[in-house]
Design a protein around this ligand. Structure first.
Ligand code: UDP
Ligand code: MG
Length: 313
């Protein structure tokens, strides 16, 4: 069986189109399937559309959250409740073309790969500044973390059961799926495709949200910022000892004409800024640890047609 997990947040416009296209592709594949929609606290008619669909189509299952928990939690809920031997995550806005599914399944069936992931080869239709930041982010995170994350990778991928179980075993609260998929390993086939614009509705990602997402990704998958701070501190101490020796010698040889007020202030402001920034970085890690230790549920289901909905923790 194939499970398709679809996180939906305010997708009333795109959902009927997605359902039509996706179920057409799936039924043409002659495989048993389920469409597992996760309503992530939508404020529009998404839930009632899902209920209607589930009444007419036995392959449609849905979980509805009590509020908006974010796409990461929605995907996790999907993984917890998917029953398929193959599991895919797809966006509801048709940016992940269902027409790729037969090809993806064929690649998995050869047994050479455990997952087929998609990456878009262009960033057409995206503001240039956003593309530039995105590319820098991928360079940076691949350099400083051991999760290997491909530029342009989408969350759209078809996975075998073993990989899904591995993902479920990572029950961390701060989830960064792009990193988790890379971290669990397995043999991944990368399927390139041309970027598709969303069919209806609005993207939920502002530039600022994306920026925060990038910072979260780095904090979740790398300790390099912490060790960079350590080494920077060591470097500053070494330099200051050298400067101190130089000053003492200069004082002994040339006396002490008071000068250099501006440069002193510059150095003080620089060090002060660095210290505050470093405290901030440490704060980020502490905040993550704090959230992890609370062991809060990843999501709360208020309505569903899934029998015995699963949740980790
Ligand atoms: N989504 C969600 N919860 C959120 C935000 C988004 O479940 O808080 C879903 C959304 O309905 C869509 C998918 O995640 O199916 C991707 O969202 P979007 O298309 O806005 O992101 P983009 O494709 O622009 O990166
Ligand atoms: Mg989208």
């Amino acid at each position: 069986m194939i499970s398709i997990i679809v996180p939906c947040y305010n997708e009333e416009e795109a959902l009927p189109i997605f359902y039509q296209e996706c179920s057409a592709v799936l039924s043409s594949m002659n495989e048993a399937y389920e469409l597992l929609f996760v309503n992530d606290g939508s404020k529009d008619g998404t839930l009632s559309i899902l209920k209607e669909l589930s009444e007419t189509d036995a392959c449609v299952r849905y979980l509805s959250f009590s509020r908006n928990f974010g796409k990461e939690s929605a995907m996790f809920a999907g993984f917890c409740n998917a029953k398929g031997d193959y599991v895919a995550v797809m966006d509801a806005d048709m940016q992940d073309p269902p027409s790729l599914l037969p090809q993806m399944l064929e690649i998995l069936r050869t047994g050479e790969y455990d997952s087929v992931a998609t990456r878009r080869v262009d960033r057409a239709g995206e503001p240039p500044l956003r593309s530039w930041f995105a590319r820098q982010f991928y360079k940076l995170i691949n350099w400083i973390s051991d999760a290997d994350i491909v530029d342009g990778a989408r969350d759209f991928r078809l996975m075998c059961r073993e990989m899904v179980d591995a993902i479920l075993s990572m029950s961390e609260y701060n989830r960064f799926s792009k990193g988790i998929f890379g971290w669990v390993g397995f043999r991944t086939y990368w399927l390139p495709y041309e970027n598709v614009e969303r069919v209806a509705g609005q993207t939920k990602w502002s530039f600022w949200k994306l920026f925060k997402y990038a910072v979260d990704g780095i904090i979740n998958f790398s300790q390099t910022p912490l060790s960079a701070m350590f080494w920077f501190g060591m470097g500053m101490v070494a330099i200051s000892i050298l400067v101190l020796i130089f000053l003492v010698v200069r004082r002994a040889v040339f006396g002490d004409p008071v000068a250099g007020w501006a440069s002193t202030i510059c150095v003080i402001i620089f060090i002060g800024g660095m210290q505050t920034f470093f405290l901030g970085v440490m704060g980020q890690y502490i905040a993550k640890t704090y959230m992890e230790t609370k062991h809060r549920p990843h999501y709360i289901v208020s309505e569903t047609n899934v029998e015995e909905p699963q949740k980790i923790r």
